[in-house]
Design a protein. Structure first.
Length: 116
């Protein structure tokens, strides 16, 4: 009986050691895999940093909703119906919405027209 327990304990310890080594190796290699993607990402404003958007009159309303969209983002396109309904609830002077896209103005304006 003691030998069976010892054998079971040895196998369990070996399996736990392999699992721990796999876990450690994944977390040691993972940060290096994401470095190239992080370097290629465009830099943007920091959280809390003021952003200048030309032609936006911030004092026009008490609140301004800034929508960060992209013509290449399927989540943005999928949410277009929600944004349309949201804009229907807008009351003048209460709040305003501003859409900001990284694409050129003509391309962004055409995209916004197609989405209504």
């Amino acid at each position: 009986m003691r030998e069976r327990f010892s054998l079971f304990f040895d196998w369990t310890l070996n399996l736990l050691t392999v699992a721990l080594l796999a876990y450690i190796s994944i977390f040691l290699l993972r940060p290096h895999a994401g470095l190239s993607a992080a370097r290629n990402r465009p830099s943007g404003p920091e959280v809390g940093q003021a952003v200048q958007i030309s032609s936006v009159v911030w004092s026009k309303s008490r609140h301004t909703l800034v929508l960060a969209l992209s013509t290449k983002c399927h989540f943005c396109a999928d949410s277009a119906g929600f944004y349309r309904e949201l804009m229907k609830m807008q009351r003048p002077g209460d709040w305003q919405a501003v859409a900001v896209l990284p694409q050129p103005v003509g391309e962004a304006a055409a995209y916004m027209r197609t989405k209504g």
